[in-house]
Each structure stands twice: as structure tokens, then as C-alpha cells.
Ligand binder design. Structure first.
Ligand code: PGA
Ligand code: ZN
Length: 424
């Protein structure tokens, strides 16, 4: 039974305040969870409550959310069995009482939801992935390593936010990490040799001021080959365009010009013809349903089209997208929706509808590794949690290395099967 719930304000990887929640059970179990935070957030995400008190952290403090945990959310679930996750999450949602979790804050609610799951797992003496996923949790995800950071995550002219190395030809998760990390180091040398800066963006990727977005892909391909791997066969590439960020007044402001959705779609078609691209996330804006539909009809059979800002891990928005035949993959961010149960609902709906799912961190992260276990628990076969650099990113990858070891012979690396539409 849940005996007490506490919370505190801690700092995330950008030095911004965030919520950490601690749950105590009556058997003495104590577990904590920390909440991530995005920069290129979707308009339809659950509400992140910040204090707006300009005298602290430029208004970004989270003392109100902390107080909501201590005064309201915690007391509302005291005495409930910690393994009753769905009941607990619905109590949290009801206690908040708003559509988008804006009164107590999705950051407060998520911290409680995740800490409860960790405490229940610990109390049952199970690893988190096993507790969450049951006896069939066994699939290690292909990492999408974000090695070049642009868009809102870097102060450069590169419009596309994330460029991934996707080592899908590896035999194991550990091998995939080695291939991707070796290539990351080679990429650094190549950028340096080309006279570009090798400082890191928010997610640990390099943030060079490249002249074009294609130029970033060229660097990735060159690095893959120089590291001794075959582009497409061993290591493919992927993009998070985060197009909502450069969409305004009915046009996409990309590479110094105004583009229509149809023009951008043509651009993606050309990329597909020239690069081993397995996944494109947020290729168009979160509001541009017509553009998304045409895009999906055009290239959705050949490449994974991931909805991040488009779906915001929201089962209702995802259901709408599925009905319209828009995109073919769900990005999974626990803090976009705010409870574990709703996250699991979104993944379940995606899977039943033939959509793939990619587990995801946020650009503002902590040392919390919940999403690593969650990726294995739901067997989604894909995760993006940054470059192989910076400990808040590496923490998740390291946790997956541990899980792979713990699973032993039962572990299976998703490999190419994670990308059923990829033919390159
Ligand atoms: P965010 O970026 O966490 O800043 O929203 C990640 C993404 O867009 O996938
Ligand atoms: Zn995204």
C-alpha cells in the first residue's frame, strides 16, 4: 500500500528545474522518478506547470507542481495498492480535473505515476521492465542515435532538428551501441577536418553550422563508411524534422525559402531516393492533417513516418490519425500525456493498428532511466534517447545494456524487424 508521497524540485540536463517524486510503501519500499521536459513541445501536449515567478529560475521553477504532489495528488492515492496502476492513474487524472492536466500539472502527475510503478516493481522484487511487461518482455530496441542536432536544439542554421544513426544490422543491442558510437567518434573527426565546430547540442549530438540539411546526411554517410560499416545494411539513417517549429502562416520556412507541404514531400522523396532513410519524424506540422495525409499516401509504404507533435502520445489524437490514414508510427513520450496508463494505451492502440512505436526521451532529461525499461516492457523495438554522449542520454542506453545482459538467452534485438517498411 502507498503510505506516503513526497516531491522536490531538482534540475534537468539544461539546468532547468523539474519535478522528482518519491513514493514510500508500507513494506518500506522507497522509489523515486524524475520528469523530463521538451524544448520543441507540441501545442497539444499535457500541461507542464511552471511557477511563473520571475524571481526564481526566470519563472521556470516547479514549486507549485511539487506542492500539488505533496498536498493533493499524494494524499489522493495514499492507502491504495501500488500495483493498481490504472486505478492510481485515474485518481490522479480526476484529482487534477482538467482536460490537459493543467491544474496540478502533468509534470506533477507523471512524477507520481512513474514513481508508483517503480515502487510496485521493487516491492514485487522484479526488474522494472519485467514488472511492466510481464513474461514476454524481451525485445531490445534499435537505438536511433541523434548525432547531429539542429533546429530548436542548437544555435545553428540547420533546420532539421535531429539526424539519427540507426544501427539496425547489428546482432545485439550492445553491438548496435558499439557500431553507432564508433561512427559518432569518426563523425567528430570528419566534422573537425571539414572546419566545422564539434560542440554538442542539447541531446549530445554535434551542432555544426552546416550549409544545408543534405550536408548533414552526407556527413553521416561518410562517417558510416569510414567507420567500416555499410550504409543501409549495417547502419541506416533517420530524421526528426520537427517541422512544426518552422511552420507559420501556412508555409514551411526551410533553408531560407517558403515551402508548401507538397514541395517538402517532394524533397523527402528525393532524400529517400538518395539516402538509406528508415524513419522521418514530424515531417510536417502538427496542424497540417491534409499535408500529412498526402505525405503518407505518397511515401508511407517506403518509410516510417513518425508522429510526435502530431500525436503527442495521446490515444485520442492517435485514433484520429489512424482513422484518417495519417503517418504510420507513434513517438512515445511519457510526459506528453502525463500518466503511464495512458502511455500504454497509446502504444497498445498503435500496435493493434499496424503502427510502429518509438520510445523517446525529451531534450531536457535527467538521470532517470524509466523509458529504457518501458521500451523493453512494450517490445516496441525502437528507442531514441540522444547521442552516445552526455550522461542523461547514456544512462538510458546503459540501462538497456544491463537489461540485455539480464535477459541473457531470452533477449532478442529487434534489428531490421523494427522497421518493416524499410527496403533499402
Ligand atoms: P523535445 O524534442 O524534447 O525538445 O520536444 C524532442 C523531439 O522533438 O522529438
Ligand atoms: Zn520530435
Amino acid at each position: 500500500l502507498i503510505e506516503a508521497v513526497g516531491a522536490r524540485e531538482i534540475l534537468d540536463s539544461r539546468g532547468n528545474p523539474t519535478v522528482e517524486v518519491e513514493v514510500l510503501l508500507d513494506d518500506g519500499t522507497v522509489q523515486r522518478a524524475a520528469v523530463p521536459s521538451g524544448a520543441s513541445t507540441g501545442a497539444f501536449e499535457a500541461y507542464e506547470l511552471r511557477d511563473d515567478d520571475k524571481s526564481r529560475y526566470s519563472g521556470k521553477g516547479v514549486l507549485k507542481a511539487v506542492a500539488a504532489v505533496v498536498d493533493e495528488l499524494g494524499p489522493a492515492i495514499e492507502g491504495v495498492e501500488a500495483s493498481e496502476q490504472r486505478i492510481i492513474d485515474s485518481i490522479l487524472i480526476e484529482t487534477d480535473g482538467t482536460e490537459n492536466k493543467s491544474r496540478t500539472g502533468a509534470n506533477a502527475i507523471l512524477g507520481v505515476s512513474l514513481a508508483v510503478a517503480k515502487a510496485a516493481a521493487d516491492s514485487a522484487d522484479l526488474p522494472l521492465f519485467r514488472y511492466l511487461g510481464g513474461p514476454n518482455a524481451h525485445l531490445l530496441p534499435v537505438p536511433a542515435l541523434n548525432v547531429i542536432n539542429g533546429g530548436a536544439h542548437a544555435d545553428t542554421g540547420v533546420d532539421i532538428q535531429e539526424f539519427f544513426l540507426v544501427p539496425l544490422g547489428a546482432e545485439t543491442f550492445a553491438e548496435a551501441m558499439r557500431w553507432g558510437t564508433e561512427t559518432y567518434h569518426v563523425l567528430k573527426g570528419e566534422l573537425k577536418a571539414g572546419g566545422f565546430a564539434t560542440g554538442l547540442g542539447d541531446e549530445g549530438g554535434f551542432a555544426p553550422d552546416l550549409p544545408s540539411n543534405r550536408g548533414a546526411l552526407d556527413f553521416l554517410l561518410a562517417a558510416i563508411e569510414k567507420a567500416g560499416y555499410k550504409p543501409g545494411t549495417d547502419i541506416a539513417v533517420g530524421l526528426d524534422v520537427a517541422a512544426t517549429e518552422f511552420y507559420s502562416d501556412g508555409a514551411y520556412h526551410f533553408e531560407g525559402k517558403d515551402w508548401s507541404a507538397a514541395e517538402l514531400t517532394k524533397y523527402y522523396e528525393e532524400l529517400l531516393a538518395n539516402y538509406p532513410l528508415v524513419t522521418i519524424e514530424d515531417a510536417l506540422s502538427e496542424d497540417d492533417w491534409d499535408g500529412w495525409k498526402a505525405l503518407t499516401d505518397d511515401i508511407g509504404s517506403k518509410v516510417q513516418l513518425v508522429g510526435d507533435d502530431l500525436f503527442v502520445t495521446n490515444p485520442a489524437r492517435l485514433a484520429d490519425g489512424i482513422k484518417r490514414g495519417v503517418a504510420n508510427s507513434l513517438l512515445v513520450k511519457v510526459n506528453q500525456i502525463g500518466t503511464l496508463s495512458e502511455t500504454l494505451d497509446a502504444v497498445g492502440l498503435a500496435t493493434r493498428s499496424g503502427y510502429t512505436s518509438m520510445m523517446s526521451h525529451r531534450s531536457g532529461e535527467t538521470e532517470d532511466t524509466f523509458i529504457a525499461d518501458l521500451a523493453v516492457a512494450v517490445n516496441c523495438g525502437q528507442i531514441k534517447t540522444g547521442a552516445p554522449a552526455r550522461s542523461e542520454r547514456i544512462a538510458k542506453y546503459n540501462q538497456l545494456l544491463r537489461i540485455e545482459e539480464e535477459l541473457g538467452d531470452a533477449a532478442e534485438f529487434a534489428g531490421r524487424s523494427a522497421y518493416p517498411r524499410f527496403t533499402g
